[in-house]
Design a protein around this ligand. Structure first.
Ligand code: EPU
Length: 343
């Protein structure tokens, strides 16, 4: 077990916020986690930290930050795979692709760790982690007991699960069991994935494609659109893509026509429910590449806010978030919601 007090978290969050926590513990086994949760000498509250890639530390953390140091992947056979919560997500994707297992390839190169994938239901290019998960292994904080929660109980939805709501603080994820496919199962219908696959490999025939090929293409796309967190601090998409009703979509279309903004991209989600890309709304408010204090809107993908100066404070990120939200609400009547968690 690694344990320390007044630890700098600057290298443990991809936004590179220079904050500290009162106590930091990295546990190496489920037994160690249980002992930590039962240790009354450790400062409360406890916060489970994964790769720190979807959060903004707004200030020093007064309690104990817990990190899972377990990093084993186990092949359970017939496409079932167990991965410890501390496995780097992209290492898991690489492992599955190397075994020819289908499922996580579209989620390649997403920063973060396996434990967080089950909490956040990470998604990209037409796949979500929740679709691949069979069960989530946890320790219940209050009782210290080990529980295996079936995916069906987790209420997976767009970037959402019960771990973010009624189960917040109740369960600490220690590992995830995935049910993957040994049969070809390419998902190419999101955005330009199919075109990119054809261009790179000359075919989109599922009998020829491998998960490793799709992984390569998705990794290329992400590298071309999103900042490398090792070079420019960010937390990926800062905002969720908003769902609007037909009336609001019509109002957005009218505004776009009035101001010559082009065709409004939209996707039907359900009855009178449409997704409009937040990137488009922010872009059309003129935010691309704009800076405010040390914070900025990434020039290639306006959904992403970046720590441009390298020294950006949480307040500067929050000020930029507010300015963007105000202008999108003012122009299009849509209230953007952040995807990033404030801690
Ligand atoms: N667009 C613009 N201007 C731009 C960029 C995009 O108008 O500069 C418009 C285009 O119409 C484009 C649309 O926005 O078609 C959507 O853009 P893109 O596909 O790049 O982003 P997204 O689909 O909204 C989501 C996820 C990403 C994920 C991609 C691929 C959210 C909030 N974001 O973005 O997730 O990688 O789909 O599936 O759902 C993340 O969570 O950190 C993340 C990067």
């Amino acid at each position: 077990m690694i344990k320390g007090y007044d630890i700098d978290l600057g290298g443990m969050n991809t936004f590179r916020m220079k904050v500290a926590c009162r106590c930091f513990v990295e546990y190496e086994s489920v037994e160690e986690l249980k002992a930590v949760l039962a240790d009354s000498s450790l400062p409360r509250p406890f916060f489970p930290l994964g790769g720190g890639s979807n959060l903004l530390f707004t200030k020093d953390y007064p309690g104990t930050v817990l990190h899972c140091g377990m990093k084993t992947i186990r092949d359970l056979g017939s496409g079932r795979v167990y991965a410890d919560a501390g496995v780097v997500w992209d290492d898991f994707c690489a492992w599955c692709a190397s075994k020819g297992l289908w499922g996580p390839e579209n989620l390649s190169y997403i920063p973060g760790e396996v434990g967080a994938s089950a909490v956040q239901n990470i998604g990209a290019y037409g796949r979500e982690a929740g679709e691949l998960i069979e069960s989530v292994s946890c320790v219940e904080a209050g009782t210290g007991s080990e529980v295996v929660i079936p995916a069906g109980d987790c209420e997976y939805a767009y970037r959402d699960s019960r771990f973010k709501h009624d189960w917040k603080g109740r369960y600490f994820v220690t590992g995830v069991t995935f049910r993957l496919s040994e049969e070809p199962k390419p998902e190419l219908d999101y955005g330009h994935v199919r075109e990119a696959v054809k261009e790179k490999f000359g075919t989109d025939d599922p009998a020829i494609l491998t998960p490793a090929m799709i992984r390569e293409v998705v990794t290329d796309i992400r590298k071309s659109k999103l900042p490398e967190v090792t070079e420019l601090g960010s937390a990926g998409s800062f905002f969720r893509n908003p769902y609007v009703d037909g009336k609001i979509l019509e109002a957005i279309r009218n505004k776009a026509q009035e101001e010559n903004l082009g065709v409004v991209p939209s996707f039907t989600i359900g009855d009178d429910c449409f997704k409009v890309p937040a990137a488009w709304l922010i872009d059309k408010c003129g935010w691309k590449g704009k800076e405010l204090g040390g914070a900025a809107v990434f020039e290639k993908q306006p959904l992403v806010l970046v720590n441009k100066s390298g020294e950006t404070s949480p307040e500067e990120i929050i000020a930029l978030e507010k300015a963007i939200k105000d202008s999108v609400l003012d122009k299009f009547g849509v209230t953007l919601e952040k995807e990033v968690e404030y801690v």
